[in-house]
Design a protein around this ligand. Structure first.
Ligand code: HAS
Ligand code: CU
Length: 563
């Protein structure tokens, strides 16, 4: 039964009424993409390093070390780009779906807080006071401005969470008894998950790292700090992924000419992310001392649970696209795939992103498997994994979204559909090759975060076994450089390009959904407050025994500056 979801927008509404919302959303996503541009341009140097080629001293003399470059690369790409872009996704689409206006002064203040944070943290890294990588593990120590800046980015994003929940509440007041529309449901759940998830990093930074770097306390316990970091550090990966999932669920079925095959399964998947994203952080700490093995096993098991909503997603999205392919005349088991709109760069970028996630996800399950992780932990396998997940599943989806969304927000025509398509394919091929090279090198125990292109004489040749994957990794860096140039040519070409008439501005491609409207189960899933409490309870159960013991047995260490 098709009963339709959301689409309340019309082209007429595009004419100007949402101007304020569009401006703040454009500010969020373009700031994010600006950070990505700098971060991504450093990427090829990292890839070439793993191909045995050291260009740091010659091409990047303003950087003091490989590690300063890697810190910039990691912080700008995964902490700044994602958080800014997400703020745009998670605020704009619910507001438009519900037809509820944003509290613009509040949203602009959240942008200002995040921007101030970005400038503080960015300056600290560029000044080489905070070469601590994006995980900033103590006892490596950075400048207080670095930690304070990152804290501000988080605070600004939590202000966005408050606004999303306010939009939902305002709509519910006006529509008593109705179930939250789907896009708002997904955004609200993502923000609730983020509110629960940020507790760890807020405590780490505010209680320990800022006072420590400012000299008010003399030491920090590295084990406790790492545990608080990963309390947030795992769910943060779903904070990067879920806005991409929103596009896959809400827009891709429409872009494929199909419809979302299940509204309630979509809600279930998001609810599972709320429940299981956080109590799993020990899977980053299987090799850490100080955490009882039994608790590591519990987190390993819960990680398998959090894989399930992604499997649900794989089947739901594939089926939703199949509806489109068959409507377009595709037949047979796979024939419908050929009928999908492969010439639409927005669609193709996102399906390539999904494809990469099959491999990224499979690697994740290996990492989560406790004993298997010991084989790959701290090797290049791990950056291989996360360039397929956040570097492709998320980033390439965001690229795909911008191909219609930037024209929608700025009333400018997409610069070149062909170049956009090329940029998507090139990014995909580059990242798949990078992923292959890095996973493969990891199996030869090549360490991650190592300046291996600059080894001292007595260590030369110790990674000779990995020559083939090293070569692949180096090649991927060049391909990715080409992709970055193409993508940003399209972006800037669009921003400064041809103006669109109101009637030609692309509308938001909200999909139709099949659903059993407001069944008891869907009503129950809509009680987000209760689910949040349950999720918090599960987190307390999974974390408190270990955290209490760590808090009461702290061994505080002074800071170190290595680079
Ligand atoms: Fe991960 C390490 C486990 C997902 C990011 N991960 C990392 C790090 C990052 C990261 C950044 O258990 C490194 C942190 C550091 O610096 O140390 N990860 C998992 C698991 C999943 C997972 C179980 N990771 C992600 C996502 C990320 C991300 C998503 C970013 C966005 N990860 C780990 C573990 C570690 C780790 C350990 C620590 C390792 C160590 O030793 O340090 C799961 O969520 C994955 C589930 C995914 C799937 C795939 C579903 C496929 C879909 C696509 C379908 C395709 C379609 C296309 C429909 C089961 C949805 C069809 C096309 C047609 C044309 C028909
Ligand atoms: Cu994780």
């Amino acid at each position: 039964m098709t009963v339709g979801t959301i689409p309340t927008t019309t082209t007429v509404a595009e004419a100007g009424t949402w101007r304020g919302e569009k401006a703040v959303t454009a500010a969020f996503i373009l700031t994010g993409l600006g950070a990505l541009l700098i971060g991504a341009l450093l990427g090829p140097f990292q890839a070439l390093n793993y191909g045995g080629i050291n260009l740091y001293d010659d091409v990047l003399p303003f950087l003091r070390s490989y590690y300063q470059g890697l810190t910039l690369h990691g912080v700008l790409n995964v902490l700044v780009f994602t958080t800014f872009f997400n703020a745009g996704v998670l605020l704009y689409f619910p507001a438009r779906e519900l037809n509820v206006r944003m509290n613009l002064p509040f949203v602009w203040s959240s942008y200002a807080v995040m921007l101030a944070g970005l400038l503080m943290a960015g300056t600290a890294i560029v000044a080489n006071t905070s070469t601590v990588l994006y995980t900033f593990y103590p006892p490596l120590s950075g400048h207080w401005a670095f930690y304070t800046g990152l804290a501000l980015v988080v605070v600004g994003s939590l202000m966005g969470a408050v606004e999303v929940l306010r939009l939902r509440t305002a709509w519910r007041r006006a529509n008593p008894g109705k179930v939250t529309p789907l896009v708002t449901y997904m955004s609200s759940v993502t923000m609730l998950m983020w509110m629960l998830a940020t507790v760890g990093i807020v405590v780490e930074v505010v209680v320990f790292l800022i006072p420590w770097s400012a000299g008010w306390i003399s030491g920090v316990d590295p084990q406790l700090a790492r545990t608080l970091f990963w309390y947030t550090g795992h769910p943060i990966v779903y904070f990067w992924l879920l806005p991409a999932y929103i596009s896959w669920y809400a827009f891709i079925p429409k872009q494929a000419g199909g419809e979302l095959v299940s509204d309630s399964l979509t809600r279930l998947a998001f609810l599972m992310f709320l429940m299981f994203s956080t109590p799993v952080g020990f899977h980053h700490q299987f090799a850490d001392p100080g955490i009882p093995v039994a608790w590591k096993l519990v987190h390993s098991l819960l990680t398998m649970f959090v894989g399930i909503p992604s499997m649900i997603t794989a089947f739901t999205i594939a089926a939703s696209m199949e509806v489109g392919g068959r409507r377009a005349g595709g037949t047979g088991v796979l024939g419908w795939i050929r009928k999908l709109p492969w010439r639409n760069p927005s669609f193709t970028a996102q399906v390539l992103a999904m494809f990469s996630f099959i491999f990224g996800g499979a690697g994740g399950i290996i990492n989560a498997s406790f004993t298997l992780d010991l084989l790959v932990h701290n090797t290049t396998w791990i950056p291989g994994h996360f360039h397929l997940t956040v570097g492709t599943a998320t980033t390439l989806t965001f690229f795909g979204m911008t191909f219609w969304w930037v024209p929608h927000l700025t009333k400018r025509a997409l610069y070149s559909s062909r170049l956009a398509l090329w940029s998507a394919w090139t990014w995909f091929v580059g990242m798949m090759l990078f992923g292959l090279g890095m996973h493969w090198q990891g199996l030869y125990a090549v360490p991650r975060r190592a300046h291996i292109s600059n080894l001292p004489e007595q260590l030369q040749g110790i990674y000779a076994d990995a020559a083939v994957p090293q070569f692949l990794t180096a090649v991927s860096g060049i391909i990715l450089l080409a992709a970055v140039i193409m993508y940003f040519t399209v972006l800037f070409g669009t921003l400064f390009g041809k103006r669109l008439e109101d009637a030609d501005v692309p509308a938001i491609p909200f999909s139709e959904a099949r659903e059993i409207r407001a069944s008891g189960v869907v009503q129950m899933m809509d009680r987000l407050g209760a689910w949040f409490v349950l999720a918090a309870f599960l987190v307390a159960l999974a974390y408190l025994p270990t955290l209490i013991s760590m808090f009461t047995n702290q061994i505080a260490l002074p800071g170190l500056r290595l680079w």
